[in-house]
Design a protein around this ligand. Structure first.
Ligand code: GDP
Ligand code: MG
Length: 270
């Protein structure tokens, strides 16, 4: 196991109750694996005591919190955290304990050992699972969102918020222009960095421990717009192809009509 230090970024909005549990479990897991690192919370002015809690935890662990007051949104919070990070290996995870902190060393390993450029903590590979009983609608919603992203990437769980990469990979994505709107920053970085070596590590995904989800209907609509942009980036030829297919179909229809009238116009034989 590599001893290279890691920066762990955790976007938060009203996660005060989860922060101390996550911090303790995470540094416990890192300690057991012998991985040094820092943890950065990027909070969008939750005003729920998170700042004070992290200040107290900082006496014991290498943690800090950035409180943003002029911006909101999960993806841009993650990007901000990456910018503030000290180390070369970057990992992002949710604060709500749905991503087991005990799996963090396994998600880091392919990157630290340079076997992969991007690593996803995945629910949908052999050994991974969703622990709690999801209702049918929530399951269907997640499935449809995942399938819509399938032509962009072979990754089984592209919607994951649990991922690891090196700064150099992030920089390639940034050079292509990130538009970190909405929820799915991993998908965007994966596609815009054009990285080929992607590994998925099975995780057991739990329901959030405290609090409620911040995913809103509006963000789901934003996801569709986000996908549109990623499709255009990944398949720039797609739009001209669709236009060509449309024009071709129109031409065929006109030819068919003309052929019909030409037949009618042909004088009958003797
Ligand atoms: N900084 C910041 N964090 C957010 C925002 N929205 C969600 N989060 C955090 O992002 C993570 C995932 O959000 P969550 O509500 O659990 O989404 P879900 O897992 O899709 O239901 C959690 O740690 C949230 O606290 C936001 O607007 N700003
Ligand atoms: Mg969650």
């Amino acid at each position: 196991m590599s001893r290279e230090p890691v920066s762990i970024i955790v976007p938060t909005y009203k996660e005060a109750l989860n922060i101390p549990i996550l911090t303790r479990r995470l540094f416990d897991a890192l300690g057991r694996a012998g991985i040094p690192g820092e943890m950065i919370f990027v909070d969008d002015n939750s005003q729920d005591g998170s700042e004070k809690i992290v200040a107290e935890l900082a006496a014991e662990f290498p943690v800090r919190i950035i409180v943003r007051t002029n911006e909101r949104g999960l993806s841009s919070a993650v990007v901000r955290g990456f910018r503030e990070a000290k180390h070369d290996i970057l990992l992002c995870m949710d604060a709500d304990l749905s991503h087991p902190p005990e799996s963090v060393p396994d998600v880091i390993a392919p990157i630290a050992e340079n076997r992969a450029d991007f690593c996803v903590g995945s629910r949908y590979v052999a050994g991974g699972r969703t622990k709690d009983d999801w209702g049918f609608l929530r399951w269907l919603n997640s499935m449809v969102a995942t399938l819509l992203a399938r032509p962009l990437t072979p990754v089984r769980d592209p919607m994951a918020g649990f991922f690891c990469l090196r700064r150099a990979t992030l920089q390639v994505a940034e050079a292509s222009g990130l538009s970190p709107i909405g929820y799915k920053i991993a998908l965007e970085v994966m596609i815009k960095s054009r990285c080929r070596r992607v590994e998925e590590i099975p995780i057991e995904f739990s329901d959030r421990l405290h609090g409620k989800s911040k995913l809103t209907f509006r963000q789901q609509v934003e996801y569709l717009q986000h996908l549109g942009r990623l499709y255009r980036f990944r398949y720039p030829a797609l739009a001209p192809l669709l236009i060509a297919a449309f024009l071709g179909a129109m031409a065929a229809a006109v030819w068919w009509m003309f052929r019909g009238s030409a037949d009618l116009a042909t004088p009958a034989g003797p």
